[in-house]
Design a protein around this ligand. Structure first.
Ligand SMILES: N[C@@H](CCC(=O)N[C@@H](CS)C(=O)NCC(=O)O)C(=O)O
Length: 226
């Protein structure tokens, strides 16, 4: 196929101050975008796409690569969850300029992505036995290593990188909160975090306490069993 079609890369749409997130009503790849926007206190339209509406939306070409999330912002339709998270963090001042600090942020994000690649297929298949096996056998090792990284900065009593919140904190908070701390799940999996990474658990509570907007969102978002 040639390049004759319209350029849909970061497709430009009519400029507007309105922000709309199109994503499913789940806590997976697009949820970190909701977390960043609520933490920052930016109002946006949270379009939770129901499964029966997805085929038509997909055919409409809204999402450049045929998958969600898609964020309409600054006159663009942005896709790819991790690229969108970076965009927002750069825009809001949650991304370091210094290359070494950027490396520290990116390596933490890549660790989360590696875990996601193992866990999300199990969640989508609702393979709870495999999920439990991964959580009890593999996760403790990862949690310990991630906590070690946290402790390399300010003895684990601050944020992941430098003196302020960064993309690394957003990505890891999404992972830690939704895998271990949220109400629907903490009775089953919370002990894995408590036993293997107590400082990481304290960091997650500290992070949450630093944003009223995020606290309110997490208290009021639709409940999900998985
Ligand atoms: N690499 C993409 C993956 C997006 C993705 O797989 N999204 C899923 C939901 S989490 C989706 O849209 N599934 C429906 C489909 O592919 O038709 C990203 O990170 O945004």
């Amino acid at each position: 196929m040639g390049c004759g079609g319209s350029n849909t890369n970061a497709q430009h749409v009519t400029s507007t101050n309105n922000i709309t997130l199109h994503y499913f009503d789940i806590y997976a790849r697009g949820e970190v975008i909701r977390i960043i926007l609520h933490y920052h206190g930016t109002s946006f339209s949270d379009h939770r796409v129901q499964q029966d509406k997805w085929p038509a939306l997909k055919s409409s070409g809204l999402a450049e690569f045929g998958a969600l999330p898609c964020l309409e912002i600054d006159g663009y339709k942005l896709v790819e969850s991790r690229a969108i998270a970076r965009y927002l963090c750069r825009k809001f001042g949650y991304y370091p300029n210094d290359p070494k600090n950027a490396y520290l942020v990116e390596s933490i994000c890549d660790v989360k992505e590696g875990i996601n690649n193992e866990v999300l297929p199990l969640l989508f298949k609702k393979d709870m036995d495999a999920l439990k096996k991964y959580s009890t056998e593999d996760m403790p090792w990862w949690l310990e290593k991630i906590e070690n990284r946290l402790c390399q900065n300010q003895n684990g009593n601050g944020w992941f990188v430098g003196n302020s919140v960064s993309l690394a904190d957003f990505e890891l908070f999404h992972f830690v909160h939704d895998s271990f701390l949220r109400n629907e799940i903490k009775g089953h999996y919370g002990h894995i975090l408590t036993e293997n990474a107590p400082k990481l658990k304290a960091w997650a509570h500290r992070f949450l306490a630093s944003s009223q907007g995020l606290m309110t969102y997490l208290e009021t978002r639709p409940s999900r069993p998985l």
